[in-house]
Design a protein around this ligand. Structure first.
Ligand SMILES: Nc1ncnc2c1ncn2[C@@H]1O[C@H](COP(=O)(O)OP(=O)(O)OP(=O)(O)O)[C@@H](O)[C@H]1O
Ligand SMILES: [Mg+2]
Length: 393
């Protein structure tokens, strides 16, 4: 027997509401605590409802639905929002999920699909875990000094800001990582302590031993405070840390070292998205090509690896098309070269947007992070609807 869970339905159409109530009547411990035909009335009620599932139709008034979902997200962090819609476009789904809905169901709602979802949400909420939704993004290159840390750090900060979800940033450069320097952090505990104590840490302990970045939803695990300890950390421990973090974080960003060892492979394997970082020069492109070959041998699917060009300048001698031909991968994103802003950010220990939000690189990072967040939503939807009618590229 679990605790009771309240469901709040928002739908203009009475028949739709009745169908859902009927489906829920067979579910233990799940009750409809209120039903609304109007967003404004619902909002106030949900704000005071604590842990609950909100089922909201978004097809009737889509812009209002987006603002309702955004408001619920700020007013009640424990509300699990499921959007319902008749024949939604891909763009609509992304915007709704971007606003904060965790799931999406097509109308008319199919009973088995609906009840499966309710049961999954119920166990996630009861166990305080949302592991299904957690996405792991890593930055990688087998060359040093390419921008892996800059990208991991700025992406993690932006993701926390855009999504307001909990983001974990891990430094896997176990000997002399840079993440804590880039964010001017003084960690009390780091990867060595967390790895050694992984079996004894509760979810709450985790938040206490990680280092919070200012007052944000970003939490960092820095490289070992004591370099000697870095060799004691095992690939198994890395896997366990990731599984534990998946229970309470929505995103995990990993700055992976250049070494290709079992810890690197464990992190790459666990990643939903690998950002393979290159710069436009021949040696870097050659080594990117080798990385791509390695990823192919490891059996990574095309949607898992994205090629990013860092320090990009227009009118480079080597054309983007040439790089794509050599690496056999489309360039997913280009980050402009802006040494002064980047250096100033690193020296001050802040993300680039704090140096100058109008700088090309700050704007680029914001757009990049939004694109990554949208991509992960489509990746999730693709998996879900692959065999059904909705195909998202
Ligand atoms: N877009 C950019 N424009 C200009 N300079 C950049 C850019 N991105 C990173 N840099 C600079 O490149 C250098 C290396 O960056 P960073 O430390 O992020 O790379 P890395 O791949 O993590 O290196 P390492 O292999 O040493 O960990 C830094 O001095 C940084 O300021
Ligand atoms: Mg680095």
């Amino acid at each position: 027997m679990g605790e009771n869970l309240n469901v709040i339905i928002i739908d203009k159409d009475e028949t739709s509401r009745d169908i859902i109530k009927n489906y829920l009547s067979s579910t233990d411990n799940v009750y409809v605590s209120a039903e609304f035909f109007d967003f404004a009335l619902a909002e106030e009620f949900i704000a005071k409802s604590g842990k609950c599932i909100v089922l909201t139709d978004v097809s009737e008034d889509y812009p209002k639905a987006v603002s309702l979902i955004k408001n619920i997200k700020t007013e009640n962090k424990d509300a699990y929002i499921v959007a319902l819609s008749t024949k939604p476009s891909t763009e609509t789904i992304i915007k709704i999920m971007r606003a904060g809905a965790k799931e999406f169901l097509n109308k008319p709602v199919i009973e088995t699909e609906f009840l499966n979802l309710i049961n999954t949400i119920k166990s996630e909420l009861e166990n305080d875990e949302i592991s299904e939704g957690c996405k792991i993004i890593s930055t990688f290159s087998n060359k040093g000094g390419i921008g892996k840390t800059s990208i991991a750090v700025n992406l993690a900060v932006e993701l926390a800001q855009i999504t307001k979800e909990k983001v974990a940033l891990l430094d896997l450069n176990l000997q002399l990582g840079d993440v804590s320097t880039f964010l001017d952090l003084n960690p009390a505990f780091a990867m060595d302590y967390i790895a050694a104590n992984i079996n004894n840490l509760s979810q709450e302990d985790f938040l206490n031993v990680m280092t919070r970045y200012k007052n944000t939803s970003l939490y960092v695990i820095a490289d070992p405070l004591n370099i000697d300890k870095s060799n004691d950390i095992t690939a198994e421990q890395i896997k366990n840390i990731l599984s534990a973090l998946k229970k309470s974080f929505s995103y995990i960003v990993i700055d992976i070292g250049t070494n290709i060892d079992s810890k690197t492979i464990a992190a790459l394997d666990a990643s939903d998205l690998i950002l393979l970082i290159a710069i436009v020069n021949l040696p870097a492109i050659r080594s990117t090509q080798r990385c791509m070959e390695l990823f192919n041998r490891l059996g990574y699917s095309a949607d898992k690896v994205k090629l990013i060009l860092n320090r990009y300048m227009e009118n480079e001698d080597i054309k983007t098309a040439d790089i794509e031909e050599v690496v056999k991968q489309k360039v997913y994103w280009k980050i402009p070269n802006n040494y002064l802003t980047m250096m100033s950010a690193i020296n001050k220990g802040v993300p680039v947007e704090e140096i100058n939000p109008e700088a090309n690189i700050a704007i680029n990072y914001k757009d990049f992070s939004q694109k990554i967040s949208d991509y992960l939503i489509t990746q999730k939807l693709n998996k879900k609807y692959n065999e059904k009618e909705l195909k998202i590229i």
